[in-house]
Design a protein around this ligand. Structure first.
Ligand code: FE2
Length: 219
């Protein structure tokens, strides 16, 4: 299901399960001058492709960190014209994925969308996306906000990582920060943005910047 959440922004929720643990995910789709940027592409199917093509031409897919690439190749097989973007860490981790571009600080979607790379966390190497006209910040694994999960396996996993029914950064993510100063500096530029909503891959959207800043007080 494709849900329109702001002018030129849609989300596509999907779920994955690993060792009994449920992960609720979402792809975010941004239309830029009639062309679609798909961030964290989820499971591909013909119906979804057809529905997306009603919104705009499929142009870019972007794997925003080292973890959100699981469905990437099925999109590229179905739509080889897509321009594939990824991070340095992901290209190293999964050399078999053929990226057209490895992000290196450039701004290919300006002026509509600005990219911010999180520094000091090379294993995850996450990029945040800021859609200027709607004030939307798109976050992948920096923050979880899953408040409605149930079941013992989910409780165990999410509690272990400090994100059981909380708006928080996971312990795994925190453990991967190898240069706290660089990480903090990279986030400070985000705090200066005019943020109206934070679209989270894992959980409910945060409605304002205050929630974002409060969640990141651990830095
Ligand atoms: Fe994730």
């Amino acid at each position: 299901m494709i849900n329109n959440i702001s002018d030129n922004i849609w989300i596509i929720p999907y779920q994955t399960k690993s060792m009994g643990v449920l992960f609720k995910n979402k792809s975010t789709v941004i239309r830029i001058n009639g062309e679609l940027l798909i961030i964290s592409p989820g499971p591909w199917d013909e119906y979804l492709k057809t529905e997306l093509e009603k919104l705009g031409a499929l142009r870019w897919i972007f794997a925003p960190n080292s973890f959100h690439h699981l469905h990437y190749r099925s999109w590229l097989r179905a739509s080889p014209e897509l321009e594939a973007w990824g991070t340095k860490a992901l290209a190293k981790k999964r050399p078999e994925i053929k990226f057209n571009h490895i992000w290196d600080g450039e701004q290919p979607f300006e002026p509509e969308v600005q990219l911010f790379g999180l520094m000091g966390i090379p294993k995850i190497d996450e990029i945040l996306f800021y859609h200027k006209s709607s004030g939307s910040l798109i976050v992948t694994d920096l923050i979880f906000n899953e408040l409605n999960l149930t079941g013992p396996m989910n409780w165990f996993f999410y509690s272990l990582f400090g994100i059981w029914k909380r708006t928080a950064t996971s312990r795994l993510f925190k453990m991967c920060v190898s240069d706290k100063k660089a990480f903090k500096t990279s986030l400070e530029s985000i705090f200066d943005l005019n943020i109206e909503q934070v679209i989270l891959n894992h959980g409910n959207t945060l409605d304002n910047k205050t929630d974002l800043v409060q969640t990141l007080t651990w830095i």
